[in-house]
Design a protein around this ligand. Structure first.
Ligand code: FAD
Ligand code: DLZ
Ligand code: SF4
Length: 529
């Protein structure tokens, strides 16, 4: 691979062009969009673009090796694309001996190296890095202009206005407003097809024989292969397989991935959105979140492509509406919520969950087949689809009372698409109900019956989803009732929990005691840290 390090590349580049650098444009790893606000007025002759692979980011949590490789490779390809356009790029590789290891120090060194008069950067997407950015002007000794990230469909101000004065911040109402604001799937003032939401059509089990076209694989080129060697050497000990890496790392690849999804899987996305099948880890999902979160694809263009397929009669409305809702609704909503409520939001722990994360999450053998499957998919692919995340690993953590920060650290580490602005609300609010109901009107708590209905995982499991107590009982069943018993004070008055608490009221004291005792045993053994 061509050496991209600053010593061999940017310095001669800068010297050859002569002239003082006017603006240093710092592009973070998830800002790989040519139209990102920090690059919009890029002056090819007088500006330098800085990208930096830094140790602090690669180890802020033990990221899956595929995730680190995907970020670095996408950053290197983006730098090359800018160079091809004639831009002066200062690219700091992780193994550059002069790499100081943090964003702040990398920026400070680059300002000095280039004598830059000012720095321009698009606001970081994560609160941790945004807080760091407040110290950059003082640390680098030059003014730092932070620009809004306008790649989203809802800006901070619009979300604040929407949330203002509302008691509950339900996504469904936000989504309707966004449909109206963008005109996506609208016919005049009315929703296309006469309904805002087709979710009730989207809960089918996936038949065993149904062919599921896998997402495309992008074989590593020379740049990616060099990154894979670097990551194997430096982060090979992190949880996750590096072999089989096939993520899109350029905009061209990401557009191909979008084309293939729209042509091959979108039409069935709705029907099988909630289904889990042992031999189909990606189901009919788009597997586009990572590319969108890096900036290789924009949310609007992804939605437009799906809507176009519906208008052309190539995908039914339930699929397209379901897909658009995930992006225009959920993705924008969680970002709005994150920025509205952080950092306090991340500190709440409404159910007082304090237990440590079970070793099974990091791949320790477990007889719970659904958990073993979802964790192994995650290890192999740095991916699990939404229902695996929410109703298997998330549900288990909720029922078992695992401390939110431990669960969040895991989700942030193991998925290629994980960035805190989207991971945290999904984990903290949706999966764990740690926000006490800001995001979800009730906990997504479910017994083994849900997993048995929506997957083929239970056949061949050591446990039986129909058994409620005893050695063969599905642990989700025992933990589900124990969860209700242990959280009665916090949940019993929630009208949406009336039915399960009514059932619980009929349980004899001995049955309650047996449930609690078996739940303790499960936590001590199956869920040991
Ligand atoms: P698809 O099922 O094809 O959905 C299409 C797109 O919609 C996704 O690419 C994504 O951009 C968006 N989307 C779907 N659901 C959500 C959602 N709930 N919130 C925000 N956007 C959504 N998504 C991330 O991008 N990063 C994360 O770190 C992340 N962590 C999660 C943690 C938990 C506990 C849960 C329950 C969900 C999490 N999600 C996260 C949301 C969702 O699971 C993933 O976006 C999705 O599985 C990615 O796969 P896909 O691209 O095939 O999505
Ligand atoms: C996730 C990640 C990783 C692993 N490495 C880098 C990096 O070396 N350089 C970089 O600019 N960004 C990286 N990222 C993304 C950042 O951690 C962070 O999530 C974004 O900058 C958003 O704040
Ligand atoms: Fe999971 Fe329970 Fe089914 Fe086993 S029986 S796969 S633990 S839901």
């Amino acid at each position: 691979m061509r050496d991209l390090s600053l010593a061999d590349d940017a310095s001669p580049d800068t010297a050859a062009r002569g002239g003082a650098v006017s603006t240093l444009r710092f592009v973070l790893g998830d800002q790989l969009t040519r139209g990102v606000s920090s690059l919009r007025d890029l002056d090819l002759a007088r500006d330098v673009v800085l990208l930096a692979e830094v140790h602090d980011e690669a180890t802020s949590v033990p990221h899956h090796p595929q995730k680190i490789a995907m970020f670095f490779s996408a950053m290197r390809h983006f730098a090359d694309a800018l160079r091809a356009e004639g831009a002066r790029v200062d690219y700091l590789c992780l193994d550059d001996p002069a790499n100081p290891g943090s964003f702040t120090a990398a920026l400070r060194d680059a300002v000095r190296r280039h004598g830059a008069a000012r720095v321009v950067v698009t606001e970081p997407s994560e609160w941790r890095v945004r807080a760091m950015a407040d110290g950059w002007a003082a640390a680098v000794g030059a003014p730092v202009e932070l620009r809004e990230d306008d790649r989203f469909l809802c800006d901070h101000e619009r979300f604040r206005r929407w949330a203002d004065g509302r008691r509950g911040l339900r996504m469904e109402y936000f989504y309707r407003e966004m449909r109206r604001a963008t005109g996506l799937l609208m016919e005049g003032d009315a929703p296309a097809g006469g309904q805002w939401n087709f979710d009730h059509d989207n809960r089918k089990r996936m038949p065993a024989g149904l062919a599921v076209p896998p997402p495309p694989r992008f074989e590593p080129d020379a740049i990616t292969r060099a990154v894979l060697d670097l990551v194997a050497a430096r982060f090979g000990h992190h949880f996750g397989a590096l072999d089989g890496f096939a993520w899109p790392v350029t905009r061209a690849d990401a557009l191909r991935a979008l084309d293939r999804f729209v042509a091959e899987r979108l039409a069935r996305f709705g029907d099988y959105q909630d289904a889990m099948r042992d031999d189909a880890p990606f189901g009919f999902h788009s597997v586009l979140a990572a590319a969108m979160n890096l900036g290789l694809l924009l949310p609007r263009e992804v939605c437009d492509r799906a809507v176009e397929a519906w208008r052309a009669g190539r995908a039914p409305l339930n699929a397209v509406e379901g897909f658009v809702r995930q992006i225009l609704g959920w993705r924008e909503y969680v970002r709005g919520l994150y920025w509205l409520r952080m950092p306090e939001y991340g500190r709440s722990n409404a159910l007082g969950a304090r237990r440590p994360l079970p070793a099974a999450y990091w791949g320790a053998p477990t007889p719970m087949r659904c958990v073993a499957r979802c964790v192994d998919d995650t290890r192999r692919n740095a991916y699990a689809h939404h229902i695996q995340r929410l109703m298997v690993t998330g549900n288990l953590a909720l029922l078992a009372g695992i401390a939110p920060d431990e669960v969040e650290r895991w989700y942030l580490a193991v998925y290629a698409d994980a960035l805190e602005w989207v991971e945290l609300p999904n984990t903290h609010g949706m999966a764990l109900y740690a926000d006490g109901g800001v995001m979800a009107s009730k906990p997504y708590a479910a017994s083994g019956a849900y997993i048995a209905r929506m997957s083929d995982y239970c056949g061949g499991c050591a446990f039986d989803p129909a058994e409620k107590l005893g050695a063969r009982a599905c642990p989700f069943n025992v933990l589900y009732w124990a969860f209700l018993l242990e959280n009665e004070g916090a949940l019993a008055s929630n009208p949406r929990m009336a039915m399960p608490y009514k059932n619980l009221a009929g349980f004899a004291p001995e049955r309650r005691a047996a449930i609690l005792a078996q739940a303790d045993e499960i936590r001590r053994t199956l869920l040991a840290p």
